[in-house]
Ligand binder design. Structure first.
Ligand SMILES: [Cu+2]
Length: 165
């Protein structure tokens, strides 16, 4: 009787684990955008709870198409407030993602320069302005942030987030 119950639970767990696994191995072209309801987990983490911020990291952006710092180290599970500060004279952005996703997005921005979207993983910052991204890094790995204003990413406006275990 007990072993039957355990087997049933194991089967349930296996069934529950399968979609999570499939989700982890994101296929190119699979989108994780525009779900305002629950907190959406992405391959690079999820929108963070502002009440659980462990650190604030200011990242300055300039018309030299660079971020300072260009490399950020966080721990898995850490929620940080990234403050994107624009010290340039033109609009800059900080968009978090995987390299594949950012490249895809940059190509799309070239085709549709007026495409407007606002998601928790991005900040669009006017000259002289500041904007926050509160983000929880849920998985270890190397992730990136980039400015997707046409030409900026290609000019090297990209930074790296290294999420350690
Ligand atoms: Cu830019």
């Amino acid at each position: 009787m007990k072993s039957i119950a355990i087997a049933a639970i194991a089967a349930l767990l296996a069934a529950a684990a399968t979609p999570a696994l499939a989700h982890g191995m994101t296929e190119p072209g699979m989108k994780h955008r525009g779900a305002p309801e629950a907190v959406e987990d992405t391959p690079f983490g999820q929108a963070g709870d502002p009440a659980r911020i462990s650190r604030t990291i200011v990242v300055s952006m300039s018309d030299r198409m660079r971020y300072e710092p260009a490399e950020i180290h966080v721990k898995t599970g850490e929620t940080v407030r990234l403050v994107a500060a624009n010290h340039g004279a033109v609009l800059h952005e900080m968009v978090l993602g995987t390299m594949d996703e950012l490249k895809e997005h940059a190509a799309l921005m070239k085709k549709f320069p007026n495409m407007v979207h606002d998601e928790p993983n991005m900040a669009h910052v006017k000259p002289g302005g500041k904007e926050d991204i509160v983000w929880k890094f849920t998985k270890p790995g190397d992730f990136y942030f980039a400015c997707l204003q046409p030409g900026h990413f290609e000019a090297g406006m990209v930074g790296k987030v290294i999420v350690g275990r």
